[in-house]
Design a protein around this ligand. Structure first.
Ligand code: URP
Ligand code: ZN
Ligand code: ZN
Ligand code: ZN
Length: 478
C-alpha cells in the first residue's frame, strides 16, 4: 500500500520546507513537488506539519513491578503511543536478580509481539557474575541491544550497587554499548522511607520526602564519575532535578560524553500534587523520581534549551487506582509509575513550542531525532529522507484539545495531565508506511509493530577512543 502526503510542511531537526511525501513498502520513496501515485491513499496535509514519528526512549509496558503488573500492555500502550504521534518505544527488559538475561529478553520479546507500534529494548543489569557478562555479549552481538540500564534505587529488589556499575560499565565499554542509569541513591531512599514510616507518615505525601533532590544529585554525580573514570559514555534517564542537570552540564563542559533524558511529566507537573487531600489523586502521581518543587522545572527547561538534556520520554508505567490502593496504609507499597506515552508530544508542543521555549525543529530533535542518534537507529528513524522508514506524524498546529483520562487510549482511569489545554495535536500517524492512527481512530492491528535491531555504534566509540588517546586523560580504555 502506498500513502501520499500532499502539501504538508516538512519539519525535521534541521530543516522546514513544503513538499509531498510518497511512502511505499514501509519507507519514504519520494519527497518533492506535485507527486502522484496511482494506487496511493492520499492524505491532504495542507496547513499541517509532517514530522518524524516520535520515539519514546523510556516506557514500561506490562512491567511486573512492586507486586503487580503495569496495566498498559504492549497492545494498549503502543496504541496509545500511536494516538500521540509516537511510532517507536524503547522499553526495558528487567530480569529479576539471578534470572538469565536471555531468558528475560525472550520473555519481553514474546510479550511485545502484540505491539501496534515499533519497539526495541534496553536490558537492565540487576545482578552480576561472569554469566551476565557473557549474556550481555550475546545480546549485543545477536539481538541488536546496544544499551544497558542500571537502577541505582529499589534496594532489596533490582538495585545495582557500585560493584555492579563498575563491572557492567566496563563491559558496556568493551562491547560498544551505552550504559544508562536511574540515578537515585537507593540506600538513602530506604533509610528515609523507614524513618518516615516510624514517624507514622504513611500517605503519598511521604513519597517525595523519601526521595529529596539530593538523593538524585548524589547518584547522578556518582554514576557520571564512575563512567568518566572508566572512559565510558553514560545516559541518565528521567533527570528531574537541578542537581542532576548541573552534573550533566559540568561533565559535558569538561569533555565527557553524557546524555540526559527528561520526562514530559517532570517538565510540567510539580510536587503540589502530593498534597491533594484525595488519597487516590495524590497516589496517582507516585512515581520515581517524584515530581519536584517548581524551581527544578525551570532548571530542566534550561537544560533542554542548553543541550544538557537531549531527549524527552515518559517512563510510561501505568498503574490503575486499584493497584495504587495496594499502598493505602504504607506509601512504600504504592506501585511507582505514571502514564504519558500518548500525551508526551502534545505536552512538549504546548509547553515548549507554543510557550516559546523551543522551536519546532528542536521539538523534532527532542522527541525523535536525538534518541534515534544516541541509540543508533538514525537515519533509518528520526529523520525524513528518501529511504528512511516511513514513521511519520501529520501534526495539526491549530487544533486544540483538553487532555483527559476520559478520552485517552491508556487503560488507566487517571492522567497526570488531566485538564491541560493544548493546541497542536497529531492528526495522522504513519507507522511502517501504513496509516496507523487517523483523527481519533486506531487503524493499526495488534502485532503490526516491528522489533528494531540496534547495532552498536562503532564510529561513535572509535571517536571516543581516539579522543581519549589524544588527551591521555584517564585510565586506559579496555
Ligand atoms: O516510578 C517509576 N519510574 N516506575 C518505573 C520504574 C522506573 O524507575 O523507571
Ligand atoms: Zn526509573
Ligand atoms: Zn535551585
Ligand atoms: Zn522507568
Amino acid at each position: 500500500m502506498n500513502v501520499l502526503l500532499k502539501g504538508g510542511t516538512v519539519v525535521t531537526h534541521e530543516e522546514t520546507y513544503v513538499a509531498d511525501i510518497l511512502c511505499t513498502d514501509g519507507v519514504i520513496a519520494e519527497i518533492g513537488d506535485n507527486l502522484s501515485a496511482a494506487d496511493a491513499e492520499v492524505i491532504d496535509a495542507t496547513g499541517k506539519m509532517i514530522m518524524p514519528g516520535g520515539i519514546d526512549p523510556h516506557t514500561h509496558m506490562q512491567l511486573p513491578f512492586m507486586g503487580t503488573v503495569a496495566k498498559d500492555d504492549f497492545a494498549t500502550g503502543t496504541a496509545a503511543a500511536l494516538a500521540g504521534g509516537t511510532t517507536t518505544i524503547i522499553d526495558f527488559v528487567i530480569p529479576s536478580p539471578q534470572q538469565s538475561l536471555l531468558e528475560a529478553y525472550q520473555q519481553w520479546r514474546d510479550w511485545a509481539e502484540k505491539a501496534h507500534s515499533n519497539y526495541t529494548f534496553h536490558v537492565a543489569i540487576t545482578w552480576w557474575d561472569d554469566s551476565v557478562a557473557s549474556e550481555m555479549e550475546t545480546l549485543v552481538e545477536k539481538h541488536g541491544v546496544n544499551s544497558f540500564k542500571h537502577f541505582m534505587a529499589y534496594k532489596n529488589a533490582i538495585m545495582a550497587t557500585d560493584d555492579i556499575l563498575v563491572a557492567s560499565f566496563t563491559k558496556c565499554l568493551e562491547l560498544g554499548a551505552i550504559p544508562t542509569v536511574h540515578a537515585e541513591n537507593g540506600e538513602l531512599v530506604y533509610h528515609l522511607q523507614n524513618k518516615l514510616l516510624e514517624q507514622g507518615v504513611t500517605g503519598p505525601e511521604a513519597h517525595p520526602l523519601s526521595r529529596p533532590s539530593s538523593v538524585e544529585g548524589e547518584a547522578a554525580n556518582r554514576a557520571i564519575s564512575i563512567a568518566k573514570t572508566l572512559g565510558a559514555p553514560i545516559y541518565l534517564v528521567h533527570v528531574s532535578t537541578e542537581e542532576a542537570t548541573d552534573a550533566i552540564r559540568y561533565a559535558k563542559d569538561h569533555g565527557h560524553t553524557v546524555f540526559g533524558e527528561v520526562l514530559a511529566g517532570h517538565l510540567v507537573v510539580d510536587d503540589s500534587v502530593y498534597q491533594d487531600t484525595d488519597w487516590g489523586k495524590a497516589a496517582a502521581h507516585v512515581m520515581s523520581p517524584p515530581f519536584r518543587p517548581k524551581h527544578h522545572q525551570d532548571a530542566l527547561w534550561k537544560g533542554v534549551q542548553g543541550g544538557a538534556l537531549q531527549t524527552t520520554a515518559t517512563d510510561h508505567c501505568a498503574f490503575c487506582a486499584a493497584q495504587k490502593a495496594m499502598g493505602q496504609d504504607d506509601f512504600t507499597k504504592i506501585p511507582n509509575g505514571t502514564a504519558g506515552v500518548e500525551e508526551r508530544m502534545m505536552v512538549l508542543w504546548e509547553k515548549g513550542v507554543n510557550d516559546g521555549k523551543i522551536t519546532p525543529n528542536e521539538f523534532v530533535a527532542l522527541t525523535s531525532t536525538n534518541t534515534a542518534k544516541i541509540f543508533n537507529m538514525y537515519p533509518q528513524k528520526g529523520c525524513i529522507r528518501v529511504g528512511a522508514d516511513a514513521d511519520l506524524v501529520v501534526w495539526d498546529p491549530n487544533q486544540s484539545r483538553t487532555l483527559s483520562a476520559a478520552t485517552h487510549k491508556s487503560a488507566i482511569e487517571h492522567s497526570i495531565f488531566e485538564g491541560m489545554e493544548v493546541q497542536g495535536v497529531p492528526e495522522t500517524t504513519l507507522c511502517n508506511g501504513k496509516v496507523a492512527y487517523h483523527k481519533g481512530e486506531i487503524r493499526s492491528q495488534s502485532g503490526d509493530g516491528r522489533y528494531i535491531d540496534r547495532p552498536t555504534y562503532a564510529p561513535f566509540y572509535e571517536s571516543l577512543r581516539k579522543r581519549k588517546e589524544l588527551n591521555q586523560p584517564r585510565a586506559v580504555i579496555r
